[in-house]
Write a protein that binds this ligand. Structure first.
Ligand SMILES: [Zn+2]
Length: 386
């Protein structure tokens, strides 16, 4: 009766495997187990049982997997190493932030997909059906994900909780994919960034490109409209601040004191301080001219709020003083370049009164000064006469 060379169980004919046939295939594993090379004529059993054969087979498959995984990992390692070195060399500011390590963006080993795709492994060696199924299960998911992703922004992806938690499978990198891995509630999550704008943005962030370059990429992407909207909102907020009645702008202050001492450079400083974005935009419009910034700003803000009219009052006074007719002033007023003639004449009166007061106080002071000197000279004269 035949027995198994390994476990020495008695073997029925059906359940045995002959060791010395070309189809046996696991001779080297058997040799490793036995500690010697079995030979046809060594007088021992020529068979192993089905169980032992299975286990030997598994051993062979593990060896195969080990070899290939090490190879795959090595390729991945060297490609990652190369990309990190490139990054390090191309950017001096690269190594500062340890948080960067959370983004593992990879265009991985070129050999990985080949190994996965080749039928060789599945047909002859791959032992565990699960391992073959994994990529098959993953691929369809990826396509549904792509239709969802473009709606989100990159930052959202990094921060928001993943609605459908998925196993992270680092092995499945392929050259055209960009994957972002991040921590969320103590779990590592990963996302495939769809090809196109977002992929370029994530790549340039991970390569530590300059902020200007990243900004340009974002602006050129489909996010452009959203970025513009942010800018409009910001300008609107700044203008609301300038028009506020709490902390009044010098454009709103139409007292004769302010009109008489109105200065473009002070207004320039005010706009720069309270509405930096608006100031920047205006400066670019007028190619850096300070006066241009002030004039366009004042005119624009008057269109927004009719009470911001100090600049327009000044213009109306200049026109009036230069001999412009009321009709001219009113026409220019309708164009938003100055106030109406009636408002101008009202303020003219106030300005004249202010001027008169100033002159009066000046004269009074002069008179007092004069009286003082006269007084002293009188004393002196008296002194001399006496
Ligand atoms: Zn056995």
């Amino acid at each position: 009766m035949a027995v198994c060379r390994l476990c020495h169980e008695v073997l029925p004919v059906k359940n045995r495997r002959t060791i010395f046939t070309p189809t046996f295939g696991v001779s080297s594993q058997l040799t490793e187990v036995l500690g010697y090379t079995p030979r046809d004529d060594d007088g021992l059993s020529k068979y192993v049982c089905g169980f032992c054969f299975c286990k030997l087979n598994k051993l062979s498959k593990i060896e195969f997997d080990l070899k290939h995984k090490v190879q795959t990992l090595n390729v991945e390692k060297s490609s990652l190493l190369k990309s990190l070195r490139d990054t390090y060399l191309s950017s001096n500011a690269a190594i500062k932030s340890p948080r960067r390590q959370q983004f593992v963006t990879s265009e991985s080993a070129p050999r990985t997909p080949k190994l996965l795709d080749s039928g060789k492994r599945i047909t002859y060696h791959s032992p565990t059906p699960r391992k073959c199924k994994k990529p098959l299960l993953f691929t369809p998911k990826k396509t549904t994900e792509r239709t969802i992703l473009p709606k989100r922004t990159v930052t959202e992806e990094n921060k928001s909780a993943d609605p459908q938690p998925k196993r992270v499978n680092v092995k499945l990198f392929s050259p055209s994919k960009v994957k972002v891995m991040y921590m969320s509630a103590n779990k590592i999550k990963s996302r495939v960034i769809p090809r196109g704008d977002f992929q370029r943005i994530v790549k340039s962030v991970s390569q530590h490109s300059s902020k200007d370059r990243i900004g340009r990429l974002i602006y050129k992407s489909s996010l452009k409209d959203s970025v513009n909207k942010c800018v409009y909102n910001e300008v609107n907020k700044e203008c609301m601040n300038l028009c506020s009645r709490k902390d009044i702008s010098m454009l709103r202050n139409c007292s004769s004191e302010n009109l008489a001492t109105f200065s473009a450079s002070t207004l320039n400083v005010e706009i720069q301080k309270r509405a930096p974005l608006l100031h920047g935009i205006l400066q670019h419009v007028v190619k850096g001219s300070d006066l241009g910034t002030v004039v366009t700003g004042a005119i624009a803000l008057k269109f927004r709020n009719k009470h911001l009219s100090a600049f327009h009052h000044v213009v109306a006074q200049i026109l009036d003083h230069g001999g412009a007719t009321d009709e001219t002033i009113d026409t220019l007023g309708k164009m938003g370049l100055c106030v109406s003639s009636s408002a101008a004449s009202k303020h003219k009166q106030q300005l004249l009164e202010r001027k008169a007061e100033n002159i009066e106080s000046l004269m009074l002071r002069e008179k007092l000064e004069l009286e003082k000197t006269v007084h002293i000279s009188d004393i002196l004269q008296n002194y001399i006469c006496a």
